[in-house]
Write a protein of this length. Sequence first.
Length: 199
Amino acid sequence: MTIAHPHTDRPRLTRRHLLAASAVGLVGIGIAAPASAADDFSPAFRTAREDLRGWDPAAPTETQVANARLIIAVGRAHRIADHGIVSALAAAIVESWLYNRYEITDGTSGGLFQQQTSVGWGTSEQVRDKLLAARAYYGVSDHTPNPGLQDYAPGYLDLSVGDAAQKVQRSAYPDRYQAHAEEATALLMAHGDVAPFHG
């Protein structure tokens, strides 16, 4: 069951966030790009193999932006607090450079969040389906018993972005997520107007 959070305000547009947003080349003077009618979250897009590497916050690729928009759209559809969406974006930057990776990099992991089939995140196909992976991260999917972000609500709202991401990811390197919090916030500021996507 989806829990609606009371704290769903958009992130405050601070000077530091504006500078971060400018650094990733996503917004100009703090104004988000208009919603795109061309967003294509088709099954082919959601399962596309993207074994690519690298994250340049000053120049994200079209694929990385499209994947960020999907993560945001799924969050919007399930009324996830912006803080939670930022944590998802930070996790995906760290885990996969915002690419849907099929290559095995950590045991049985794959997809945007490098969810491992061996620890219950789903089948190989499910962890590499961007929609299912995002739902699993947020804790709004029925294909995995693993706890997602909503299972820690509302407490995760009081955590840092990095600590919220670690609640879900349970990484051996928990400090990495917070390092990308500002870049993830900039992505949300630039693309937070994407239409909610239930799939």
